[in-house]
Design a protein around this ligand. Structure first.
Ligand SMILES: Cc1cc2nc3c(=O)[nH]c(=O)nc-3n(C[C@H](O)[C@H](O)[C@H](O)COP(=O)(O)OP(=O)(O)OC[C@H]3O[C@@H](n4cnc5c(N)ncnc54)[C@H](O)[C@@H]3O)c2cc1C
Length: 384
């Protein structure tokens, strides 16, 4: 590869970086993506077969316009790649009426007229896999489902390459500098310059941006696949994705219908996990063996809320969250870089569904130094 200067360098070709590479290449920009491992890989935040996508966002209603954009963009990527990445299964929410899960979901749905059904009495028979205490409120969002992350990243990378992007794998970026009218990035192979730099380094962000000024905490998370006790009840097509907030614990348990690995990759079985920051981890030295306590926590939730969902464990996989102090993302220009350096980080365990929308936002920021989307609530300034 002879070229050394690019319009935009994207540091990290994972979830957000691969999407940004695609949107930049689609505009005819000369883009270089740098990835320390393969595209995709299972050492960061994007492995594990499936990621929930939903619109009635309980975390913050400000995400809903970005979700509308992401839904539209996922459709467009599917058409460009000739494949299916979004699978509409619907999503069941369950928790106490005053829980952040239920109040936040209702609030976003009301504010943005998102279809949300309240499941009461006899209607619960529609979901024979689940058993909830009578005091739980149960909601159903029909236009929710899951995205296949490894396939989505592969599609972004393929489409970016097809449109002329250069993607270097097993190429680790180190030091970067803004000087004069260019950004310079040093890698373990060579150095490159560009007009703009997008840093989408996931769990490695703090290593590259030690002076970011906010605490990014990397945590180790485990997803588990179970052999269900009653096979047919839990098949894709027979049940929705789900999010359940037990009153005595922070965070939520969540899961998917059973996805046939011959079509979706990944281990066979019914996948479930606990969405709450786990133990802190160094991304270069992650213990990838799950503990009996981690397995028991999810197994207990399945036994309680999906009583036929677990006979025994088939697989457990470790993945990384990068948490901000308020668990909202950081999408912003880095200070003192003349808007030449954009950071996309701190996805706090709920970012994947946005990759199609944020990829385009990042391309806008790198090329135009602005975005039409309302993302002030994701700025670095909010931390003071
Ligand atoms: C178990 C689990 C379940 C999840 N479930 C959901 C869900 O249901 N729905 C949802 O929306 N989200 C979910 N998420 C969150 C979502 O997957 C993440 O928010 C998203 O993948 C983060 O994307 P990223 O681009 O920041 O990180 P990554 O996809 O990890 O990409 C960062 C990339 O940068 C590369 N990199 C880092 N440093 C360098 C360097 N110096 N040089 C070159 N390359 C570098 C890395 O190797 C990596 O490929 C889940 C996450 C986990 C772990």
């Amino acid at each position: 590869m002879s070229r050394k200067h690019f319009d935009v360098i994207v540091l990290g070709v994972g979830s957000m970086g691969a999407a940004a590479c695609y949107y930049l290449a689609q505009r005819g920009k000369r883009v270089l993506g740098l990835e320390q491992f393969d595209i995709p890989h299972d050492l960061g935040s994007h492995a594990g077969q499936s990621r929930i996508i939903r619109k009635a966002y309980f975390e913050h209603p400000g995400y809903v316009p970005l979700l509308e954009k992401s839904y539209a963009n996922w459709k467009q990527i599917e058409q460009a790649a000739g494949t299916t990445l979004y699978h509409r299964t619907g999503l069941l929410y369950a928790g106490l009426p005053e829980s952040p899960l239920v109040t936040g979901t209702r609030r976003s749905a009301a504010q943005y007229q998102i279809e949300l059904e309240c499941i009461t009495g006899q209607q619960k028979k529609r979901f024979p896999q689940f058993e909830f205490p009578p005091e739980f409120e149960v909601l159903f969002e029909p236009d929710a489902g899951f995205i296949t992350p490894e396939r989505a990243i592969s599609a972004f990378a393929y489409l970016a390459l097809q449109r002329g992007a250069t993607l270097l794998t097993r190429c680790k970026a180190g030091r970067w500098d803004v000087g004069g009218d260019a950004v310079e990035v040093q890698t373990d192979r060579s150095h490159f310059t560009s007009d703009a730099l997008v840093i989408a380094a996931g769990a490695w962000t703090a290593q590259l941006l030690p002076a970011l000024g906010i605490q990014l905490t990397v945590t180790r998370q485990v997803a588990t696949w179970f052999r269900p006790r009653v096979w047919n009840q839990f098949l894709m097509g027979a049940m929705p994705c789900w999010l359940i907030a037990p009153p005595e614990l922070p965070g939520v348990f969540y899961g998917f219908p059973m996805l046939p690995p011959q079509h979706f990759g990944g281990p066979p079985g019914l996948k479930a996990a606990y969405h709450y920051p786990g133990p802190a981890a160094d991304p270069d030295r992650v213990n990838r063996t799950h503990t009996p306590e981690e397995e028991k926590q999810v197994a207990d939730a399945i036994d309680r809320f999906l009583p036929n969902g677990r006979d025994y464990t088939l697989a457990a996989k470790t993945c990384l969250y990068t948490n901000t102090p308020d668990e909202n993302f950081v999408i912003d220009f880095l200070p003192d870089t003349q808007k030449r350096v954009v950071v996309a980080a701190g996805f706090s365990g709920h970012g994947f569904k946005f990759a199609a929308g944020l990829g385009e936002v990042l391309a806008d920021m790198a090329v135009n130094q602005s975005t039409a989307e309302t993302i002030a609530f994701l700025s670095l300034r909010r931390f003071g």
